[in-house]
Design a protein around this ligand. Structure first.
Ligand SMILES: NC(=O)c1ccc[n+]([C@@H]2O[C@H](COP(=O)([O-])OP(=O)(O)OC[C@H]3O[C@@H](n4cnc5c(N)ncnc54)[C@H](OP(=O)(O)O)[C@@H]3O)[C@@H](O)[C@H]2O)c1
Length: 190
């Protein structure tokens, strides 16, 4: 898959590196276009990165997502968009409403937002990553979770994004109760 990774920080850099190692074509994008990104890869403008992308990852601060989606609505429409950004302190941590209102044809997925990036860099054995996704986004999102080394656990379609987000509060509480240890993850037992 050709993946536009918007944001070159902890999440963008970690996931982009994993996906590249798994054989995907990763293009980083952000405000530092023209400079070097994770692993020395060039950073493109968001508009350029979106041109041939199959999948788009939002890995920027939550408040930035709506503006980026609005400014690139036509290019996003019809693509798989994975929303990893958290709007901390807001009623909804995800940007489902803003992304769908800008580009109604987006195949939306909510994933990679409920664990710290350290668990994407070095996934604990057997850990699950819970995600919600439209039908058109589910196969790609499952594959990309697996490529990171986590077990995908499907929660429901895009309307279940808020259910996935519940785990963010739980994860943060567990980190606090673990004395700040961010190497905490979840596992389903059936
Ligand atoms: N850190 C975690 O463990 C973690 C886990 C799950 C989800 N998340 C979520 O993932 C997102 C990214 O977190 P992070 O830890 O990767 O943050 P980070 O390391 O600070 O990186 C943020 C990236 O977003 C870019 N950015 C900031 N403001 C922007 C704007 N207005 N427009 C475009 N790009 C902008 C930054 O680019 P510049 O270099 O130009 O500033 C940088 O590349 C956040 O929404 C966070 O809530 C984080």
């Amino acid at each position: 898959m050709r993946i536009a990774v918007i944001g070159t920080g902890h999440i963008g850099g970690t996931l982009g590196g994993k996906w590249q190692a798994a054989g995907h074509d990763v293009v980083y994008a952000g405000r530092s276009a023209g400079g070097d990104g994770p692993g020395g890869k060039p950073v493109a403008t968001i508009a350029d990165a979106l041109v041939d992308a199959d999948v788009v990852l939002f890995a920027v601060p939550g408040p930035a997502v709506a503006d980026i989606a609005a400014a690139n609505a036509a290019a996003l429409d019809g693509k798989v968009v994975i929303d990893a950004a958290n709007r901390m302190g807001q009623a909804e941590a995800n940007s489902l409403a803003a992304i769908k209102s800008a580009a109604p044809g987006v195949h939306y997925a909510r994933a990679f937002n409920t664990l710290g990036w350290e668990n994407f860099a070095e996934p604990p054995a057997g850990a699950n990553l819970f995600f919600a996704a439209d039908e058109g986004a589910r196969p790609a999102t499952e594959e990309l979770i697996g490529a990171v080394g986590l077990e995908p656990e499907f929660v429901g379609d895009a309307t279940a994004a808020g259910t996935v987000d519940c785990l963010l509060a739980l994860w943060l509480a567990l980190v606090k109760q673990s004395g700040g240890n961010r190497r905490v993850a979840f596992c389903v037992v059936r």
